[in-house]
Each structure stands twice: as structure tokens, then as C-alpha cells.
Design a protein around this ligand. Structure first.
Ligand code: GLN
Length: 279
């Protein structure tokens, strides 16, 4: 193997980067000046922007995720801009979009959609591009996160506007057909058990849901009765051990669980909810 590759592979390994070969390839491709994909067997040093490469690998061995180094993360069908102010969109969150499409298969309906705690805007924007005629509102308490969401909306969904609102969960007591949320749901203790990559480079505010991790389910459950019609459906992401408690929280507000959906690792990851009809 080329000496340059070997030296940097060793460097990543020594710093306990979990998939050193894969990550080295990503770092090389992200800092390459040519179009062709770089693999170890066709590697030529002249194709790499060396200053950018050295800066990137330095950040990576300091545990910064690749997404934050290069300000991009794939989610659903798009590449989202991310920075230190937003949680990186996670693959398991794509389950929210899959389930919305299952419950609302008619893509050309004029639906009203609300995304609570939008962060990077990944859910609101993906839904807006699936449902071109929908009216989408997305909220977040962090104005820095909303700036990121707005950048993503400008890049990814030019022809239908999303209304971004800075507020604590919701501002207007409108009703919506679809409500989605991936709220912060780690307990204080679970947060302490997360990796250095998460603790140093993801916003804490996007991860911790109070001492027991369930704070946002309580707060959202309290607000939902005012913004649900009898046919509205709510899709909330949950931590893998939270289904039972979260279902109870919603039940107290007369909201029933239609489905507990599992992610690809077979962990409970999403509740589908609807108002209990009392008529
Ligand atoms: N809605 C965003 C996401 O799904 C942000 C979630 C958050 O900040 N808790 O990734």
C-alpha cells in the first residue's frame, strides 16, 4: 500500500476511529480534486487537496463526525446542510417519512403538516417534497437551528414554501392533518453514556428530554388535543425503551396509539397516534 495511505490509516486506527479504511476513503474522496472515485488501488497523491485533507483528518481524530467536518448528511432523498447547531439527521428517523406515506398514500392532497422540533428541517423538507401541495409548518426553539433549516429549504424545496416558526413546540392553535416530531428524548443518564462524537459535536438541547427523557412527550401530549382533528395522525420518534411509558402519557390526554413501528434494528422507534373519538 502507498506510504501516504498507510501512515494515515495507522493514524486513524491509533485514535480508535471505528472504520478506519472506510473513513480514510471518505476523507480522500471529500478532499479530492478529481471527479473519479478514489479507491486505495488507484490512489495518486496529486489528486488530493492536501491542506484540506490534513485539516479534515485532524478534526476526525479529534472525534468530530464526518458530517460536521464537511457540513452535510444524507437523509431520505437529499443531502442536508448541517453544522454544530443541529442534530445530524439519523437513518432511523426516515421511518417517520415511510409511515406518513403509508397512512397518507395520496401525494397530491392539500394536507396541513406540522413538524415540531425541526432542527435541520429534515422531516419538514422531506415531507414537503413528497407532498407538493401540502402546507408545511416547522417549529424549533433554536434560532440557530432554524437558520440551518431555512438554508436546507432554500436548497431543496424551491417550489413549495415551508413556514418556519421560532417557538417552544407550537405557537398557533391551528389544526393539522399530519403532525411529526423527533423531539429530544435521551434521559440525563443516557446522554452521559453517549459517545464523545455526540457529546462534543451534537447540540445537547436537541438530545436531552429532561431528567427521564420523557419531558417532550408530556409537553406534546398536553398540546395535541388542541391541534388534532378526529382524522389527524401524529408520528413521534421515541427512544427504544420508551414505548410503554410514552403510550401511557398520550393515553392520559385521550390519544391512542395506532402502531408502534420498529426501525431496521428491530427496536421500537416510532409511535403512530390518533385522538380517541368520544362521539
Ligand atoms: N427533527 C430533526 C431530526 O429529526 C431534529 C430533531 C432534534 O433536534 N431532536 O433530525
Amino acid at each position: 500500500m502507498d506510504n501516504f495511505l498507510q501512515v494515515h490509516l495507522n493514524l486513524l486506527q491509533k485514535n480508535n476511529i471505528p472504520f478506519p479504511e472506510l473513513e480514510l476513503r471518505v476523507l480522500l474522496n471529500k478532499t479530492s480534486v478529481v471527479d473519479k472515485e478514489i479507491i486505495f488501488s488507484n490512489f495518486e497523491l496529486s489528486t488530493i487537496a492536501l491542506k484540506a485533507f490534513h485539516q479534515a483528518i485532524k478534526r476526525r481524530i479529534n472525534n468530530e463526525p464526518i458530517s460536521k467536518i464537511f457540513n452535510e448528511k444524507n437523509f431520505w432523498k437529499y443531502n442536508f446542510f448541517v453544522n454544530e447547531n443541529v442534530l445530524d439527521p439519523r437513518p432511523e428517523t426516515e421511518l417517520v417519512i415511510e409511515k406518513v406515506i403509508k397512512y397518507f398514500p395520496k401525494k397530491d392532497e392539500k394536507l396541513k403538516i406540522l413538524d415540531i422540533c425541526t432542527g435541520s428541517g429534515c422531516l419538514a423538507i422531506s415531507l414537503a417534497t413528497e407532498y407538493r401541495k401540502a402546507q408545511v409548518t416547522a417549529t424549533d426553539i433554536s434560532s440557530d437551528a432554524l437558520k440551518v433549516a431555512q438554508i436546507n429549504a432554500n436548497n431543496l424545496c424551491s417550489d413549495n414554501e415551508i413556514q418556519f416558526v421560532k417557538c417552544d413546540l407550537i405557537k398557533n392553535l391551528d389544526t393539522y392533518d399530519i403532525i411529526v416530531s423527533n423531539p429530544p428524548y435521551l434521559s440525563e443518564l443516557d446522554y452521559k453514556k453517549t459517545t464523545k462524537e455526540i457529546q462534543s459535536f451534537e447540540p445537547k438541547i436537541a438530545l436531552i428530554g429532561g431528567i427521564d427523557g420523557l419531558k417532550f412527550y408530556r409537553d406534546i401530549a398536553y398540546l395535541l388535543p388542541d391541534i388534532l382533528s378526529s382524522t389527524s395522525v401524529v408520528f413521534v420518534e421515541i427512544g427504544n425503551n420508551q414505548a410503554k411509558e410514552a403510550i401511557q402519557i398520550f393515553k392520559k390526554k385521550k390519544i391512542k396509539c395506532l402502531e408502534v413501528a420498529k426501525d431496521t434494528q428491530q427496536l421500537n422507534r416510532l409511535l403512530v397516534l390518533q385522538k380517541i373519538n368520544t362521539k
